[in-house]
Design a protein around this ligand. Structure first.
Ligand code: NAI
Ligand code: ISE
Length: 335
């Protein structure tokens, strides 16, 4: 059975996902789209292979009887309303991060889904599908290097002119929050944010970079540099220090050249290229799981825990102190 999908929000990532589902993946077709910018929606409809219907609102996409499942790729503050509406309609929904812009909003989604009685929501934490992170997790899980003790990460974007101060945490660092608790199967207990000298190349009221420190229940210490305007490229790194050795996230494959007295290896410039394989696998697996009526990827509870943790990081930054994180017990519904 071909899964018929409606997409809400057809900007950068919405079009990326429409393109991959239409031209690369199997088992699904985009039958309806919407965007508050009608021109964006028309353009997105034209890249679907069935000339998808263009609706005026997200609510109409969800109510469309021909839509089996919904993808939400509109701006973050609109996600909660659409995810709640999809749950109310009993339709599976894939929501790009963030699930909601506040932990309370995520909690409302968790409660609505539990009241509905069946999991419907998946959140777009695509790093769990990246071959590199999966290989790194396998090494950590094998125990061959002993227990993990320290993790050092960097999350660098070349430039994001529209970023406001806390988006480094709420829009970017959320990926590390998710991937590291998934890799360690552990939860965070405290957050601290250290503000180094800020780059002179960003607006004067913007702090960039940040150093974010997390501590887990097992005592693992995590340090992440989040640098949104690093200028030189999109650069994601992760190094796990274990009792008997160090494991590194693999670098994306690229050709090194030696010419004109220079050795050069290109660096990718954005998330679309760095995580193409991860997004493709994420959606192929989501289509397959949705056809089987299950949610196997990051779920609403994961979205809620990430949001609680990111709220603690924002608080730690503004209050200049270590903030405890108290993650509630996971309901059996999400076990
Ligand atoms: P964008 O600004 O390019 O596109 C968002 C689109 O949503 C725009 O076309 C806008 O007109 C539309 N929109 C806004 N409010 C709407 C509403 N109420 N109903 C329908 N459409 C509406 O933004 P982008 O980069 O595509 O990001 C969208 C979401 O995807 C964000 O939540 C962002 O955090 C997430 N994202 C995730 C990435 C990842 O690595 N997983 C990468 C980039 C974005
Ligand atoms: C963007 O929204 C993403 O989700 C990317 O994966 C991340 O690297 C970037 O920093 C965010 O702004």
């Amino acid at each position: 059975m071909t899964l018929k999908i409606g997409v809400i929000g057809t900007g950068a990532i919405g079009k990326e996902h429409i393109n991959r589902i239409t031209n690369k993946l199997s088992g699904a077709t985009i039958v309806a789209v919407t965007d508050v910018d009608a021109a964006q929606a028309q353009q997105a409809a034209s890249i679907t292979n069935v000339n998808a219907r263009v609706h005026s609102t997200g609510q109409q996409v969800i109510a469309d009887a021909d839509v089996d499942a919904v993808i939400v790729t509109s701006w973050g503050p609109t996600h909660e309303e659409y995810v709640l509406a999809a749950i109310a309609a009993g339709k599976p929904v894939f929501c790009e991060k963030p699930l909601a812009t506040t932990a309370e909003g995520c909690r409302r989604i968790v409660e609505a889904e539990m009241a509905h009685g069946k999991k419907l929501v998946q959140v777009g934490f695509m790093r769990r599908y990246d071959q590199g992170y999966r290989a790194l997790k396998e090494v950590v899980d094998s125990g061959n290097l002993g227990a993990p003790l320290i993790i050092n990460c960097a999350h660098r974007n070349p430039a994001f002119p529209f970023f406001t101060d806390d988006m480094a945490i709420t829009d970017s660092f959320v990926h590390e929050i998710d991937i590291l608790r998934w890799m360690l199967q552990d939860e965070y207990i405290s957050a601290q944010v250290i503000l180094p000298r800020s780059s002179s190349l960003v607006a004067r009221d913007l702090q960039d970079p940040h150093i974010i420190l997390l501590e887990t229940r097992a005592g693992v210490r995590i340090s992440t540099e989040v640098f949104i305007n690093c200028q030189y490229g999109y650069d994601i790194s992760c190094q796990v220090v274990n009792e008997k050795g160090i494991a590194y996230l693999p670098e994306p494959a690229s050709v090194t050249t030696r010419s004109n007295a220079v050795t050069a290896t290109p660096i990718l410039q954005d998330w679309k290229l760095r995580f193409t394989q991860a997004f493709d696998t994420e959606f192929q697996e989501w289509i397959s799981a949705t056809q089987r009526g299950v949610v196997e990827g990051p779920n609403a509870w994961d979205g809620y825990v990430v949001s609680l943790t990111s709220d603690a990081c924002v608080q730690a930054k503004h209050e200049k102190r270590i903030v405890p994180i108290d993650i509630p017990a996971k309901p059996a519904f999400y076990a």
